[in-house]
Ligand binder design. Structure first.
Ligand SMILES: NC(=O)c1ccc[n+]([C@@H]2O[C@H](COP(=O)([O-])OP(=O)(O)OC[C@H]3O[C@@H](n4cnc5c(N)ncnc54)[C@H](O)[C@@H]3O)[C@@H](O)[C@H]2O)c1
Length: 394
């Protein structure tokens, strides 16, 4: 097989960007096989623009059509687990947009379906391909910072105006999206946090709803997480601060990396800090260290790289940069953060059955009590190719 025929379910902003890139032969190993959207007006426009491509109203019909080898799920988040499970059960490879879903309980079912399937299942964590994060991963996995101590990520440059929130009726609602900045923008960062630093065992969080916008979900969040080995993490994000900051600092016994302003600074200690602390006689002496600076110019768009990586996994059996089953990790941190904020108590990870049930029922209460904000008409028009706000921003 030289290329796979791909169907796209949900052809809105990101779905249309994937569609145009594949149709314009920018993605090695992929051709466009079929499209699907529940919106009739979008289907009419797609049929006019791509007369040789069949456009479906129902994603399950597309999956069963025989017209595709793989699907990309680019609907709002609540539908991701349904279409992933449907694809896997029908022998169709699947790449889900992030986040994996909204409820960990649903995503567990998705991962169970993946365990029983021989199909490739990937997730669009495009920021994992960024050379700075790749370098950070290489340094940390190679023991370059030693035993992990602390991660601090201030990512407050996910700035969004009210017009963004008004641009889609599902956006920033409990019913349509299941949250705000933690479920829409920050999944990329929370995934990178767990990918680089591992999964914490306890989460305490403060999520503030409608702090800066006319929305009912959180647009500001602070998470404090603890690890069994004594390490800790602090994660701060918002869509309501300008100018925002994007600064990630990870420290360990052997050194530290700082990612900021599109650069990675790695400081390597000559001796491990724990050893130095008890051997050194000077009361305020610090370990000698060397600093290394990494910069990478004009990396290729991460979405294109993930699409090609997924095609290669199907065609050549190569390992995925972002396996779909890993989507549960960042979502577990997010579900725990919501639950902690709603109950005022720390939440342990992995989530217990009781915690999942509690999260699901509290989310249902939020949905039932949801107040409607009078949004202006839907504003955003999908554009071909990937827009800047979807890439790593420093
Ligand atoms: N990886 C990234 O950089 C990135 C960027 C943007 C969006 N996303 C993710 O992609 C998803 C879609 O976001 P968007 O901004 O494109 O939203 P959007 O509203 O622009 O598009 C969603 C589309 O799905 C369609 N749809 C809704 N329910 C459907 C269903 N059951 N079956 C088929 N089609 C359905 C809608 O009509 C719409 O056209 C979200 O999960 C979002 O988090 C990821």
């Amino acid at each position: 097989m030289k290329s796979i025929r791909v169907g796209i379910i949900g052809v809105g902003n990101i779905g249309y960007a994937h569609c145009s890139c594949i149709k314009n032969a920018k993605i090695k190993g992929m051709t466009l096989g079929a499209l699907c959207d529940v919106d009739g007006e979008k289907r009419r426009r797609l049929a006019a623009e791509f007369p040789d491509i069949k456009v479906f109203e129902d994603g399950d019909e597309l999956i069963k059509s025989g017209l595709v080898d793989a699907v990309i799920v680019a609907t709002p988040h609540y539908f991701h687990p349904h279409y992933v499970i449907s694809a896997l059960k029908n022998g169709v490879h699947v790449l889900s947009e992030k986040p994996a879903g909204v409820n960990v309980s649903e995503v567990l079912k998705m991962n169970e379906a993946a365990a029983k399937s021989d199909c490739v299942f990937g997730i669009m964590f495009n920021q994992r391909t960024d050379p700075l994060f790749q370098k950070a991963k290489e340094i940390i996995s190679g023991g370059g910072i030693g035993a992990p101590k602390r991660l601090v990520w201030i990512v407050t440059n996910w700035y969004r105006t009210q017009s963004y929130y008004d641009s889609g009726s599902w956006r920033a609602t409990w019913n349509g999206e299941g949250g705000g900045v933690l479920i829409n923008q920050a999944p990329h960062n929370i995934d990178l946090w767990q990918w680089l630093f591992g999964m914490p065992s306890k989460v305490t969080a403060f999520c503030r709803e409608g702090l800066y916008h006319n929305i009912g979900v959180e647009d500001d969040a602070t998470i404090y997480a603890e690890y069994d080995n004594g390490a800790s993490a602090v994660f701060i994000t918002t869509t309501g601060e300008a100018p925002g900051t994007n600064r990630l600092e990870i420290s360990g016994d052997r050194g530290r990396i700082i990612l900021e302003k599109n650069e990675l600074r790695y400081t390597k200690l000559d001796v491990p800090e724990r050893e130095f602390c008890f051997a050194e006689k000077g009361a305020a002496a610090t370990p000698a260290a060397n600093e290394f600076l990494y910069k990478f110019d004009n990396p290729r768009d991460g979405h294109e790289l993930i699409l090609e990586d997924f095609a290669s996994a199907v065609i050549n059996g190569t390992p995925l940069i972002a396996p779909g089953v890993e989507g549960i990790n960042e979502l577990s941190i997010t579900n725990a953060a919501f639950l902690s904020s709603w109950t005022g108590k720390p939440v342990t990870l992995p989530l217990s059955q009781e915690a999942m049930t509690c999260f699901d029922s509290m989310l249902e209460e939020k949905k039932a009590a949801e107040k409607s904000f009078k949004n202006s008409p839907e504003g955003e028009t999908a554009k071909p190719g990937y827009i800047k706000r979807w890439s790593v921003s420093w």
